[in-house]
Write a protein that binds this ligand. Structure first.
Ligand code: DAH
Length: 358
């Protein structure tokens, strides 16, 4: 029979040098497993005479219990060490600010609309919407463009088959029909902006068949042309982030406003480069005016009591000007490299308090 004291020392040394739970389990198998050392010794007991067997059996049992107990103790220690290591590795500081690195990008058109909405919302406007497919009445007639009116011809309209109600349908040529939808569904005071898609059958360097506009409408008992001017001056300066950007209100004509104006912003075209600011040259950005009394009346608003202003502006051109995008058509080519370059990080939502473009 082997020297049990030596077996004990070797097994105990193996237990205490096991560095992790897997190593410890290997030691257990070596000592107590089917082919383990202690198991082997026990099998050898059969060859001894009864007295020696009893003695050796007792000694072996004690050794077995001692080794088993020390394996258990080592197991508890190693499990604790493993848990501590895992807790340290998985540690999460929930007070750290979120630092996202999102993959996608916000399209510059969406960004620009969000910026415009943020500015007008700050002035008390609320967002209103209408459908891309609009009936002929709201797109034209209710805006003082009855059938046969020459202004209808100027809009390169996409006509659609009449709906179930027999009304002619079009892809809306401007966002102005949202004015009609708002005035026929809610009573003054009204203060809305309506961003969205618009459509005209036109395609060249500076026109795409689908583009975007934002419409504004204010109707109440006191609003006058001075408010219109102040509102649009504040808007343009906030949007382009140029405090002294000059605006010029040039008399114009729209069937749905009287008087009407087109608004130009100051710029320079020196050296073939377009720069915004007080440089003496002008660039048109929007149309506006006082809502025509006939337009109010056609939507059921008493024009002897109520008045207001409206404006309509394209989104693409201001976006190109602000973000230095040279070619209109690239907006709609869905080129991911372009979007990566000109797009915006999703989580910086425009607002006036923190800056419009993060
Ligand atoms: N709807 C006009 C267009 O698409 C833009 C416009 C001009 C809208 C004057 C208005 C406005 O509300 O008052 O060309």
């Amino acid at each position: 029979m082997e020297d049990l004291a030596k077996v004990r020392d070797e097994l105990m040394a193996a237990v205490s040098s096991a560095g992790d739970l897997a190593a410890l389990d290997a030691v257990r198998v070596q000592a107590l497993g089917k082919k383990g050392r202690i198991t082997g010794l026990m099998k050898g007991l059969g060859g001894l005479d009864p007295d020696a067997r009893r003695q050796a059996g007792q000694a072996l049992n004690e050794l077995k219990d001692e080794v088993a107990a020390s394996i258990e103790a080592a197991k508890t220690d190693l499990a604790k060490v493993a848990m501590d290591a895992k807790l340290a590795a998985d540690r999460l500081d929930v007070t750290l600010p979120v630092r996202p690195s999102p993959e996608g990008r916000i399209h510059p058109i969406t960004q620009t609309m969000d910026e415009m909405i943020a500015i007008f919302a700050d002035m008390g406007f609320v967002v209103a919407e209408g459908p891309d497919i609009e009936d002929d009445h709201k797109n034209f007639t209710a805006l003082n463009m009855p059938p046969g009116h020459p202004a209808r011809q100027m809009q390169d309209t996409f006509y659609l088959p009449p709906g179930a109600d027999g009304l002619g349908n079009v892809l809306r040529t401007h966002t102005s029909p949202v004015q009609v939808r708002t005035m026929t569904s809610q009573a003054p005071p009204i203060r809305i902006i309506a961003p969205g898609r618009t459509f005209r059958s036109d395609y060249d360097m500076t026109h795409t068949p689908m583009f975007h506009q934002i419409e504004g409408l204010v109707v109440d008992e006191t609003t006058h042309m001075g408010h219109l001017k102040g509102c649009l001056i504040d808007f343009a300066r906030a949007f382009f982030e140029i405090d002294d950007l000059p605006l010029r209100f040039r008399p114009s004509f729209f069937p749905f406003t009287e008087p009407s104006a087109e608004v130009d912003i100051g710029c320079s075209r020196a050296g073939g480069e377009l720069k915004l600011g007080n440089y003496g040259d002008w660039l048109e950005i929007l149309g506006c005016g006082m809502v025509h009394p006939k337009v109010l009346e056609m939507s059921g608003i008493d024009s002897s009591k109520y008045q207001g202003f409206a404006f309509g502006m394209g989104i693409e051109r201001p976006a190109m000007l602000k973000y230095g995008i040279p070619d209109l058509r690239t907006f709609f080519e869905a080129d991911l490299r372009w979007l990566k370059h000109y797009g915006f990080v999703p989580l910086s939502v425009p607002n006036l308090a923190q800056g419009l473009n993060g």
